[in-house]
Write a protein that binds this ligand. Structure first.
Ligand SMILES: [Zn+2]
Length: 437
């Protein structure tokens, strides 16, 4: 898998033919090696030999996160001595899932990020500053590291947080690119402003953004995205990835959705019955991994709701592009008579300067509808600020959430419970005993 990622530039028919050949191999591999999928084929009367094309996938029940949690070991297709690394999902909902990788899987991961960085205009002359962890079983960090090495670019592993250190390194080593969470880039900008660092003269020209949406449904920049570019003239590239799929969708400079890597995953958008949604409709992202040895997945439902774009892109790629995550299946809030997705709520909160940090907690009330409790770190504790926040939320949301102000320390504890690699922004207490807030 060392050649340049050229399949993306082939006609869509050719991409499909390639994927179907790989799919047939995968199903045969699972039939022989996967205890979980052997059982699934058997229990659902599925003849693996009859799965020949992407349309046949609809006959196979999707795999869910709960399956991975309950039968984690049954997904492993190789003997233990072939496993070279144990990674894990972040586990914001439920218990973390172990993902076991073979040497070939690590190489696949390197290839994945290599072609992602290439898609985001990366080359050997770039220097990337990594503002994220490479520890704690975190896959993305090591994937970036491996991909950048494969690209032949330079990199600096600074780790997450600490804006002062990030700027010190930027000024010393002059990286032209950063890999970071968008809300952290906002903090970098804030630090620069407060400390007399001239953003327009910094060496950084682009950012690979991870973990958070940069764009709205119409692909224009959201509050977070425009807050960054208003202050700092850098090119932003959004990415979408998850540990389970061991693959990333990455934007090219056109910024028209994340490009699928056709050698590594089959993408479906499906409805609640596991059927593909009509073109252009919102559906749940379901992934079939290609080329994975350790723990391949067949129709894995991610819980993320997106749209897909199939028209060729101005960059010349013919691969499907994925919209920003419009909502998470499990983060749908049923406010009296209306449905609100968590990202839409966050978007409203991000517009309010008086809210420095926040966590949204959702719980069920006595009549079974959802209540939202917003934990807020305000810019200051004055009555005026309190009034401003409440008036603003009241105007933007049809139903007023409950509000509890926290100190910086309390917020830190809530956002980073022990073992968390990224801040918690959403706590779901529905299904727990009445109230719970
Ligand atoms: Zn493109």
């Amino acid at each position: 898998m060392n050649e340049l990622p050229s399949l993306s530039f082939q006609p869509a028919q050719q991409i499909k033919a390639y994927q179907e050949k790989k799919l047939v191999n995968l199903v045969q591999y699972l039939k022989v090696n996967s205890p979980f999928y052997r059982r699934l084929f058997h229990e659902n009367n599925i003849d693996p030999d009859a799965i020949r094309g992407i349309e046949d996938l609809a006959r196979i029940p999707p795999t869910e996160k709960e399956h991975l949690q309950l039968y984690n070991k049954d997904f492993v297709c190789v003997p233990q001595h072939q496993i070279v690394e144990y990674m894990a999902t972040s586990g914001t909902v439920g218990s973390p899932v172990t993902i076991a990788l073979t040497e070939n899987d690590l190489q696949r991961l390197a290839y994945n990020e290599y072609s992602s960085f290439a898609c985001a205009d990366g080359s050997a002359s770039d220097i990337y500053q990594l503002m994220l962890t490479l520890d704690r079983q975190f896959m993305a960090g090591i994937a970036y590291y491996l991909g950048i090495r494969k690209l032949g670019a330079g990199q600096v592993r600074v780790g997450p947080g600490v804006p002062s250190l990030q700027w010190e390194v930027i000024e010393r080593l002059k990286p032209n690119a950063i890999v970071a969470v968008p809300s952290f880039i906002v903090k970098l900008i804030q630090y620069a402003k407060e400390n007399g660092i001239d953003l327009s003269r910094s060496s950084v020209k682009k950012a690979i953004c991870i973990g958070e949406n940069l764009r709205k449904e119409d692909l224009s920049l959201n509050v977070l995205g425009s807050r960054i570019t208003e202050d700092w003239n850098i090119q932003l590239y959004s990415t979408y990835a998850s540990t389970e799929m061991q693959t990333a969708f990455t934007e090219c400079s056109a910024g028209k959705g994340g490009h699928q890597n056709p050698e590594l995953v089959i993408l479906e958008l499906i409805d609640d019955n596991g059927r593909p949604v009509a073109a252009g409709e919102i559906g749940e992202v379901a992934i079939t991994t290609l080329g994975v040895e350790g723990m391949p997945l067949l129709r894995y439902k991610t819980g993320d709701l997106c749209r897909a774009f199939h028209e060729p892109c101005s960059c010349g790629r013919h691969t499907t592009r994925l919209s920003p995550v419009i909502g998470r299946k499990k983060q749908m809030i049923k406010f009296k008579g209306t449905t609100l997705f968590a990202p839409a709520l966050f978007e409203i909160i991000h517009k309010m300067d008086a809210i420095k940090e926040y966590v949204a907690e959702v719980y069920s009330n006595e009549i079974g509808t959802d209540e939202v409790l917003l934990y807020i770190l305000p810019s200051n504790t004055s009555e005026e600020t309190d009034g401003k926040i409440k008036t603003y939320l009241q105007a933007r949301l049809r139903v007023m959430p409950h509000i509890r102000y926290l100190t910086r320390q309390e917020m830190q504890q809530l956002q980073f419970p022990e073992g968390a690699r990224k801040p918690v922004k959403f706590i779901d207490k529905r299904g727990a005993a009445n109230g719970g807030g």
